[in-house]
Write a protein that binds this ligand. Structure first.
Ligand code: ADP
Ligand code: ZN
Length: 517
C-alpha cells in the first residue's frame, strides 16, 4: 500500500496537507524527523500512517494521560489497532495489553515518558524485545526549558537513543521558536534529522490588541457581537477565571471556569460540556486547551498579557480550526507587563529568568506594534511574510505613514558606528545624546551621538521596532540581543531606498510602559 492509498483507506482523505507526505516518506525511509506544524495542521497522521505501513510497533510518547484514551479510541474506530499503558489502568488491563503486544496485535502504543523510563520497571526491556519500528514524540517542546510548557519527565527522553539506537524517531510540536527547536534536537540526540516546518499562518484568525481599561465592559461589548459562538477566555489566575465565569453567568452567558485547581470531575464535566456546545464560554487558565480538538471555537480572548508569543500563538490557535473566520482579542495593560516581569525575575535560575524576560519583552512588543501583527508573529517563528496581511487590527486601521528615511538613516548609522555590538537601549542613548554614565566615552565622540535628540525614547523604541519588522535592522540571536544591519540596510544608508514609517501616536500611557532592559 502506498502512503496515499493508506490515507484514503484509513482516514478517507484524498490529499496530504502541509508537508505530511514528505514527512511520512522520511520516516518510512528510516530517518529521524522534526516536525513543526500549527495546531490542527495534521501532525498525528505523520506517525500514525507510517505506523500502519511499517512492520512492527510504533511507540507514541504523549504528555497527557487524559488524552490518550480519546486518541486510542479514535484509532481503533478507524481500524488501526492501538492501545495505551498508564497508571489509570488495573494490572489486569495492563497485562492484557502486554499479551497483545507480544502477539504483535497492536500497531500503536501510547505512553507517558515517565512510564517508559521509570527506574526499575521492566517495560523498556520488554519493548526492546519487540520489533519497534518507530518512536513518535508528541508535544516535543515539553523537553525544553525554553519552550513554554516544560515538563521535567520529558527530560528522561534524553535516554531514548541509547535505549533504542536503531529506531527512527519523529519529534512533533506546534510551538517552538529557534532556541527551543535546537534544544529539542540536542536533547533527543536525533541523527541527522530532517526538519519540516509548515507555514504557521492562520489566515482565518484576525488578531486584535486593545488597551485594557474596563475589561469586563470591553469583554461584554465583544461578546455582544458573538452571541451564539463558542469561545475561550484566558486569565492569568485561577481566582479570576472563577470570578469572571460567575460574572458572565450572571449576565446570562453559558460560561464555566477551568483551571488546574479544580477537581478532575469538574474539569472533565466543564470540558465535555464545552465540546458538546452545552457551555459556550470556557474561562480558563493556560491549563486548558492542550489537545482539545474542538473545531468551531470562534474566538479566543486574553484578559491578561500572556507570558510569551509561543503561548499566545498556541492559545489563539485554538480558534478557527475549521477554517472559518475567527477572532483573537487581547487586552493589554503595561501593568500586566510589570507584574509578569517580577514573576520572571523570581522564577527559575538566572539564565531562565533572562530568557523569560526576553520572551516577555517580545510579547509586549507585539502589543505595541504599529505594523502588521501577523507578520510579527510569523517572523517570530522564523517565517517570512509580506508587510501587511489585511486582517489584523493594525492592517485594518489607518495608521498614518510618513517618509521616515532620515530617521532610518540616523538609526542605521548609529548601529553601524557602534559596530553592531549593542542593544536597542544603548543605541537609543547614543542617538539621543544621553548623559548615561554607562556610555563609553569614545562613543560620545561618534558623529551619531545626539543626532536623534529631537525624538523621545519611546518614539525611538517604536521606530527601531518598526525598522526591525521592515527588515532594515535585525536582532542577534543569543542571550544578549544586539542590533545589527541587514542586507537591506546599505541602500537606506546610501539614500537609494526610502523608508515609510508609522506616525507616532505617543500617548501618556505608552510613556511609562517601555520595559527597562
Ligand atoms: P494536530 O495534532 O497537528 O493538532 P491533528 O493530527 O489532530 O492535528 O489533525 C487535525 C485534523 O485534521 C484532524 O481532524 C485530522 O483528521 C485532519 N487531517 C489531518 N490530515 C488531513 C488531510 N491530509 N486531509 C484532511 N484532513 C486532515
Ligand atoms: Zn496585518
Amino acid at each position: 500500500m502506498t502512503p496515499a492509498q493508506a490515507l484514503q483507506k484509513y482516514y478517507g482523505y484524498s490529499e496530504f496537507r502541509h508537508k505530511q507526505e514528505e514527512i511520512i516518506r522520511q520516516v518510512l525511509n528510516g530517518g529521524d524527523a522534526m516536525v513543526l506544524m500549527p495546531t490542527g495542521g495534521g501532525k498525528s497522521l505523520c506517525y500514525q500512517l507510517p505506523a500502519v505501513l511499517l512492520d512492527g510497533l510504533t511507540i507514541v510518547i504523549s504528555p497527557l494521560i487524559a488524552l490518550m484514551k480519546d486518541q486510542v479510541d479514535a484509532l481503533n474506530v478507524t481500524g488501526i489497532p492501538a492501545a495505551y499503558l498508564n497508571s489509570t489502568q488495573s494490572s489486569g488491563e495492563q497485562q492484557a495489553i502486554i499479551s497483545r503486544l507480544k502477539n504483535n496485535e497492536i500497531k500503536l502504543l501510547y505512553l507517558a515518558p515517565e512510564r517508559l523510563f521509570k527506574t526499575g520497571n521492566r517495560l523498556t526491556e520488554f519493548l526492546q524485545s519487540l520489533k519497534v519500528s518507530l518512536i513518535a514524540i508528541d508535544e516535543a517542546h515539553c523537553i525544553s526549558h525554553w519552550g513554554h510548557d516544560f515538563r521535567p519527565e520529558y527530560l528522561m527522553l534524553a535516554g531514548l537513543k541509547d535505549a533504542f539506537p536503531a529506531i527512527p524517531v519523529i519529534a512533533l510540536t506546534a510551538t517552538a521558536d529557534q532556541l527551543t527547536r535546537k534544544d529539542i534536537l540536542e536533547k533527543l540526540a536525533l541523527h541527522n534529522p530532517a526538519q519540516f516546518v509548515s507555514s504557521f499562518n492562520r489566515a482565518n484568525i484576525t488578531y486584535t490588541v486593545t488597551p485594557k481599561k474596563n475589561s469586563l465592559n470591553q469583554l461584554l461589548a465583544f461578546l455582544d457581537q458573538h452571541k451564539d459562538d463558542s469561545g475561550i477566555i484566558y486569565c492569568l489566575s485561577r481566582q479570576s477565571t472563577e470570578d469572571l465565569a460567575a460574572q458572565l453567568k450572571k449576565e446570562g452567558f453559558l460560561a464555566e471556569a477551568y483551571h488546574a485547581g479544580l477537581s478532575n470531575d469538574i474539569k472533565a464535566r466543564n470540558q465535555e460540556a464545552f465540546l458538546r456546545d452545552e457551555v459556550r464560554i470556557i474561562v480558563a487558565t493556560i491549563a486548558f486547551g492542550m489537545g482539545i480538538n474542538k473545531s468551531n471555537v470562534r474566538w479566543v480572548v486574553h484578559m491578561d498579557l500572556p507570558k510569551n508569543i509561543e503561548g499566545y500563538y498556541q492559545e489563539t490557535g485554538r480558534a478557527g480550526r475549521d477554517g472559518l473566520p475567527s477572532d483573537a482579542l487581547l487586552f493589554y495593560s503595561p501593568g500586566d507587563a510589570f507584574k509578569l516581569q517580577n514573576f520572571a525575575r523570581i522564577e527559575g535560575n538566572e539564565d531562565q529568568s533572562r530568557i523569560m524576560l526576553r520572551k516577555l519583552d517580545d510579547m509586549v512588543k507585539f502589543c505595541q506594534l504599529t505594523t502588521c501583527r501577523r507578520k510579527y508573529l510569523l517572523n517570530y517563528f522564523n517565517e517570512s511574510f509580506p508587510d501587511t496581511c489585511g486582517s489584523c487590527d493594525v492592517c485594518l486601521s489607518d495608521y498614518q505613514k510618513f517618509d521616515g528615511t532620515l530617521i532610518a538613516q540616523k538609526a542605521l548609522s548609529a548601529v553601524a558606528r557602534l559596530k553592531e555590538s549593542f542593544g536597542s537601549g544603548y543605541v537609543i542613548d547614543i542617538l539621543r545624546g544621553s548623559n548615561n554614565s554607562k556610555l563609553r566615552p569614545e562613543h560620545k565622540q561618534l558623529k551619531t551621538y545626539g543626532i536623534g535628540a529631537d525624538l523621545s525614547k519611546a518614539d525611538w523604541q517604536r521606530y527601531l521596532r518598526e525598522l526591525i519588522t521592515l527588515g532594515y535592522l535585525k536582532v542577534s540571536d543569543g542571550a544578549y540581543p544586539v542590533l545589527m544591519l541587514t542586507n537591506k540596510s546599505e541602500a537606506v544608508l546610501k539614500g537609494q531606498q526610502t523608508v515609510e514609517l508609522t506616525l507616532s501616536q505617543t500617548t501618556e500611557e505608552e510613556h511609562h510602559e517601555a520595559l527597562p532592559h
